[in-house]
Write a protein that binds this ligand. Sequence first.
Ligand code: NAI
Length: 480
Amino acid sequence: TAVSGDFKVADLSLAAFGRKEIQLAEHEMPGLMAIRSEYAAARPLAGARITGSLHMTVQTAVLIETLVALGADVRWASCNIFSTQDHAAAAVAVGPEGSPQQPRGVPVFAWKGETLEEYWWCTEQALTWPDAPGPNMILDDGGDATLLVHKGVEFEKAGSAPDPSTADNDEYRLILELLNRSLAQSPGKWTALASEIRGVTEETTTGVHRLYEMHQAGTLLFPAINVNDAVTKSKFDNKYGCRHSLIDGINRATDTLIGGKVAVVCGYGDVGKGCAESLRGQGARVIVTEIDPICALQAAMDGYQVTTLEDVVGTADIFITTTGNKDIVLAEHMEAMKHQAIVGNIGHFDNEIDIAGLSKLPGIVKTEIKPQVHEWRFADGHTIIVLSEGRLLNLGNATGHPSFVMSNSFANQTIAQIELFTKTEQYPVGVYVLPKQLDEKVARLHLDALGVKLTKLRPEQASYIGVPVEGPYKSDHYRY
Ligand code: NAI
């Protein structure tokens, strides 16, 4: 039963369970909680109206409540149709002091299994403030909230939005339908909304690509902080997070023994490195595909066979895409796979695996085994198993990354929100990364919990290697 007030979640009665898991997560998120207590009195986000578009999980609940503790007004949507944990969404909507009868939390618009149309409705709701033209900050993951604002402004400038029937895919058609409606109903809405926005902080590789592209094209409307490229984000969440949650997703979806199988990982960036390691840890023989000679060489030196997908498509058992690129596993690849091969994507968008092409093959039949697990039977009778319809399987089939690693990512997010909101004039329109000192601070906040004892740099040593005793310890071009 979907419930709505100024929010929409699947089932408010799940709030108590969500609250318990949030409490467990708080202990596992020392970075975020330390920032919460550091700034609780100063409330640097007082006056901030933050629209968040990021997987509505238990960990995100702790992020949302941190932003609120720092003074912000928050509205939230998930950034994927399958990634919401309904108990987390319910707990956030109810709030720590509310009840299912009297919800007093944050307006959340998210449930697991949205349609694409509902997804864009939710994004619009998160951007629509009851008593203001809109948010003054965006916290984005993959850039969909930012995209909607930019498209809205672009079409208002042009005087109209393109005819939805001209869209080259279903999702863009839905965006055009939404914007055509809103241009007719509230002319000027997106331009007014965008003019209030001080900036966006972006969580992931794919969203960051979009921001740099817009900045290069001169169309970026407000400054952005690239949270992804904080070292304590991409070198931890993308790698160690996926190392945990990839096999969690495969196991929950299929319960197939991974040991002894041949697994292909397409892409050996941060996500691919974590995925390959976890599959190998389970005893799979892992094969990597890459287009970048540096990453291909890294994979080879890490002990993986590196070859093309075409070479191994008929013999491998598990195929995982991690590229952030499109058209990696095509319909013809899937047709050539072994009986009951498993195919899944952990990159941000669903265009890495050509599900549309698969569904058009003559004689193909799709059967739901359970939500987010589908068997596709080819005309010759053999089948493959596709996870989360090609959307990120660690959030679709499992619960995404665990709290401790997300504490690093979300500590960066919170610091980035404070930075852009309180020092707006220091950030002309552009895309920025956080200063290294803040990156080191985020890492530092997580050491005690793991019993890490740091060696103290002595002043003579510091001057010998030319760094301050208190850091930063590396130059900006150092790669970790
Ligand atoms: P990255 O840029 O470090 O790695 C991507 C790799 O794929 C690169 O090395 C690139 O050379 C390679 N690649 C590109 N086209 C290819 C092709 N046709 N065949 C083989 N390899 C190809 O990016 P990162 O940080 O690893 O992120 C990858 C994707 O995962 C992005 O979409 C990102 O947003 C997403 N992501 C998902 C997470 C999740 O929890 N599901 C967490 C973090 C990131």
